[in-house]
Design a protein around this ligand. Structure first.
Ligand code: SAM
Length: 276
């Protein structure tokens, strides 16, 4: 059976009793045009490798395969394995499914260097996975691009600029060495069942990593600074060894608050804190 001859997704869900599980963050997409639009965000996928988290019944997976990609997908819900196996058969094995938890998979080993990551992420693990992919020690990273669905509010935090309410740790960790952008918003009515809020597809491409900065240092610095975002830096960074000295060496007024510092200023302070 070819990809286009597969039964409609709604039938697949009914046939396999795939009632959406809230605990697994299941909000399925059925609209073929929308799914194809998501699959176009990374650029042409013909002959490219894609790592997908949470294929569920396989809607986005079909779109990725339809665009010519070779897909490695990790899914935690074993009820989805049978329909995904049928999908794999329809594309002569261009889809390989790993049964397991995306937080525990060695995705680089599974997907291989140069893969695009594309996912309609389960919201409960989405931010943790994003932070993991942004804070890798090895850079350029093994992944070529990220195309990820988030709640719109989270998408706005990823692209936020200093001084805005949305600006925080996620913005700094995303922007210090990648270029993130919101590709488009997705109405909640597109999902089954609809989530409470609007979603958005975020596209992230890696850039150069600033020299002499460890992701761990920047992670600790932003966690401390934004952990008490309304406080002055002299207060919020008090407990982080070396941070106040680095702030002084960078010529940054300790009476400022975290949300006023640019991404470059955070990078400078992290660099002055050293990598050891
Ligand atoms: N990709 C499908 C779509 O677009 O219709 C389903 C998206 S749904 C928002 C999230 C999917 O991630 C579900 O299939 C869920 O079972 C799966 N999932 C949830 N937590 C997971 C985890 N830790 N590791 C792998 N998959 C997970």
């Amino acid at each position: 059976m070819a990809l286009e001859d597969l039964p409609p997704l709604r039938e697949v869900i009914a046939a396999h009793g795939l009632s959406a599980s809230k605990a697994l963050g299941q909000n399925f997409l059925f609209d073929g045009q929308l799914l194809a639009r998501i699959a176009r965000v990374p650029g042409s996928l013909a002959g490219e490798r894609v790592y997908e988290v949470g294929p569920g019944p396989g809607g986005l997976t079909r779109a990725l395969l339809g665009a010519g990609a070779e897909v490695v997908a990790v899914e935690r819900d074993s009820r989805c394995l049978a329909p995904l196996a049928a999908l794999s058969e329809a594309v002569d094995g261009r889809l390989r499914v790993i049964s397991g938890d995306a937080l525990e998979v060695d995705e680089q080993a599974e997907a291989g260097a140069g893969a695009h990551i594309v996912a309609n992420l389960p919201y409960n693990v989405g931010t943790a996975l994003l932070v993991r992919w942004l804070t890798l020690d090895a850079w350029p990273p093994w992944w070529r691009s990220l195309t990820l669905m988030f709640q719109k509010e989270v998408a706005e935090r990823i692209v936020a600029k200093p001084g805005s309410d949305a600006y925080g740790r996620l913005a700094v960790l995303a922007q210090w060495r990648t270029t993130p952008s919101i590709a488009f918003a997705v109405n909640r009515a597109a999902f089954v069942p609809p989530p409470k809020v609007t979603s958005a597809v975020v596209h992230i491409v890696p850039g150069e990593t600033p020299e002499g900065v460890s992701p761990k240092r920047l992670g600790d610095l932003t966690a401390a600074a934004f952990g008490q975002r309304r406080k002055m830096l002299r207060q919020s960074l008090k407990g982080l060894p070396g941070a106040l000295d680095a702030l002084a060496a960078a010529g940054i007024d300790p009476a400022r608050r975290a949300e006023t510092l640019s991404v470059e200023e955070f990078v400078t302070v992290a660099r002055l804190m050293g990598t050891s």
